[in-house]
Design a protein around this ligand. Structure first.
Ligand code: F6R
Length: 239
């Protein structure tokens, strides 16, 4: 694993956008895996600016998102589809048919997750962008998730519901389930870029770096991937 230390959120976002942009420009038909949450918002701003001021043919870009809440319509302002439109897709010209998002309102959940995984296999992820939860979750893979998991339906933990309630009117409004790429799905990406900022992620970062690979810490699986870059700020790194 390669660790890039930065001093600010802006620096993290700019570096992340540079790495994503380099992957995009190095491929004929780049396939990029995307995440939501507070962490990558600045990255999407920086990346859309970079793409729009370049000659990159955005019609060649394909995206896959990590996860979506079960039960939220894609127009719901807390759905991850809505987040992606607001933060990225509305600002770039990636064709709609190249954008892959899990449908949290799919009538047949099993079919939804199975066909999503098949699409990932067909297209292959050139890079996967990740954030991390305080408990080490990546995507919605909570502690205890099998390292062999493919795209699947998950029950959210109390801690994650609590953390995400800041975006909802109250805790009760946070969905209790989600559809998520699995740990094995994420590991299929050729390259992984994980962003970790803020003091509240300090423990998650140190647990990732201590090298102990255990299903109790989902992010620890990244120690088994050959090409992982972590960008972390000084608050998360600490002393
Ligand atoms: C979102 C996702 C989650 C977040 C994590 C951190 O697509 O997969 O694993 O990356 O919950 O969220 P923030 O960035 O809001 O701290």
């Amino acid at each position: 694993m390669y660790l890039i230390k930065v001093n600010s959120y802006q620096e993290m976002s700019d570096k992340a956008a540079d790495i994503l942009f380099d992957v995009i420009t190095s491929k004929e038909r780049p396939v990029i895996g995307l995440a939501t949450g507070s962490t990558p918002e600045g990255t999407y701003k920086a990346l859309s600016d970079k793409l729009n001021s370049s000659t990159v043919d955005q019609s060649k870009i394909t995206t896959f998102n990590l996860d979506e809440y079960v039960g939220l319509d894609r127009n719901h302002n807390q759905s991850y589809a809505y987040y992606m439109n607001e933060n990225f897709f509305n600002h770039v010209s990636i064709p709609e048919e190249n954008i892959n998002l899990l449908n949290g309102k799919a009538a047949d959940e099993e079919e939804e997750v199975k066909s999503y995984e098949e699409k990932i296999d067909e297209q292959g992820l050139d890079i996967q962008l990740l954030g991390i939860g305080r408990n080490g979750h990546i995507a919605f893979n909570e502690p205890g998730t099998s390292f062999d998991s493919l795209t699947h339906a998950v029950e959210l933990t109390e801690e994650t519901i609590e953390d995400n309630s800041r975006f909802f009117d109250d805790k009760e409004s946070v969905p209790s389930r989600a559809l998520s790429m699995g740990l094995k799905s994420i590991m299929k990406a050729k390259k992984i870029l994980i962003l970790i900022n803020g003091e509240n992620k300090k423990e998650a970062l140190s647990e990732l770096l201590n090298g102990v690979v255990t299903e109790e810490n989902p992010a620890s699986i990244l120690n088994n991937h050959p090409d992982v870059t972590i960008i972390a700020d000084s608050a998360a790194i600490g002393e």
